[in-house]
Design a protein around this ligand. Structure first.
Ligand code: ASN
Length: 362
């Protein structure tokens, strides 16, 4: 998708309200199953936003002003790119002051990557950006699109009752009944409705009859103004270890021309082979300036370099412990931090640091 900041706005005017509603949300429709239909070959393909608008007349019954920015060509999220994330961040920046909150309708396959990327790009976010979508298209009788979208809209404008301040100033994912921090989300289901989980951080809210917020887990409102970053470095790779991996494979990956960063998916609490050839590959890569971030293949738990002999040497080789970060948040963090263009030392320091709540540090 190409994301021009000047996409035409579609307004959804509320019915039956004489006074102008007090709140407003910008929906950015990128595609995904939520708006898909079957083509002649029986494959699901993304449709225009009009499809969702027609199938969800209730959007006009909400007591809020809704505007929609729809990509000219909505996509299956398997096609999303880092350029699209920069485009999404720029769109939010361009419309930031005009809306109380933002909902990004997105395919579920890469939603966790996109939400994590946006969490880094939107520094000092003081409004709510909710990613949501569906497992079943909006036109199907058992669709989850309605519930997900309507609740996401509610969350996007949620305020603390007394102070009136923004309740969730974060990039987050709402799906099924959970509101999860965007850079903690992981797609765990392709067949059930509860597609996302956050293993290492509690949900920010749970939606039952009411939305119950877990205010203590939500990030504080920033005191500085929004700062939108404009660079991501795509010269990165994910290298997943497995018993039997060969030197040839590890070398081929780490010696990719121009590579700047690698998420190394290790075992357990961050353990890796101690074979001399393996350690030499890491040493060589580090000396060529490749930043290596150690992330566990376990969904729950923490990287602790030095707990076992099999992870002790990694620290000496300059490998950075990724704590309890997800692979999705780690690869996008690498892209973001490398995109800042800092010195190797400063880059390593930022990679080890908690930037947007993506790791539990300390
Ligand atoms: N393939 C779809 C997508 O990510 C899956 C979905 O949205 N449920 O765009």
């Amino acid at each position: 998708m190409a994301l021009p900041v000047t996409l035409p706005l579609i307004d959804i005017t509320p019915v039956g309200t004489s006074a102008r509603p007090a709140t407003s949300v910008l929906i950015i429709y990128t595609g995904g199953t939520v708006g898909m239909e079957y083509n002649k070959r029986g494959e699901l393909v993304p449709m225009k936003f009009e499809q969702i608008r027609k199938k969800m007349p209730e959007l006009r019954q909400l007591n809020m002003n809704l505007s929609v920015l729809s990509l000219p060509e909505p996509i299956d999220s398997s096609n999303v790119t880092a350029t699209d994330w920069l485009g999404l961040a720029a769109l939010i920046e361009a419309h930031y002051s005009a809306y109380d909150g933002f909902v990004v309708l997105h395919g579920t396959d890469t939603m966790a990557y996109s939400a994590a990327a946006l969490s880094y790009l939107l520094e000092n976010l003081g409004k709510t950006v909710v990613f949501t979508g569906a497992q079943v298209p909006v036109g199907r009788i058992r669709t989850d699109a309605r519930r997900n979208l309507v609740t996401a809209l509610d969350i996007a404008v949620a305020r603390h009752s007394k102070a009136g301040t923004v309740r969730v100033p974060e990039v987050c994912v709402f799906f099924n009944d959970l509101l999860i921090r965007g850079n903690r989300a992981k797609k765990v289901e392709s067949e059930q409705y509860n597609a996302f989980r956050s293993e290492n951080y509690p949900p920010l809210a749970r939606a039952g009859i009411e939305v119950e917020y877990n205010d203590k887990q939500v990030r504080h409102l920033p005191s500085a103004p929004l700062r939108v970053h404009q660079h991501l470095n795509e010269r990165v790779v994910i290298l997943k270890l497995f018993p039997g991996i060969t030197e040839q494979v590890v070398r081929a990956v780490l010696e990719v021309d121009g590579l700047r960063g690698c998420v190394l998916e290790t075992y357990g609490s961050g353990n890796a082979p101690t074979a001399p050839w393996f350690l030499q590959c890491l040493r060589d890569a580090h000396q060529r300036g490749v930043q290596i971030l150690n992330v566990s293949q376990c969904e729950e738990g923490h990287v602790i370099q030095g707990q076992y002999e099999t992870s002790s040497q990694l620290t000496d080789l300059g490998v950075i412990g990724g704590e309890d970060i997800t692979t999705e948040a780690a690869i996008t963090k690498l892209m973001f931090v490398l995109g800042l263009g800092r010195s190797p030392k400063e880059t390593a320091r930022l990679l080890a640091q908690d930037l947007r709540g993506e790791i539990t540090s300390g």
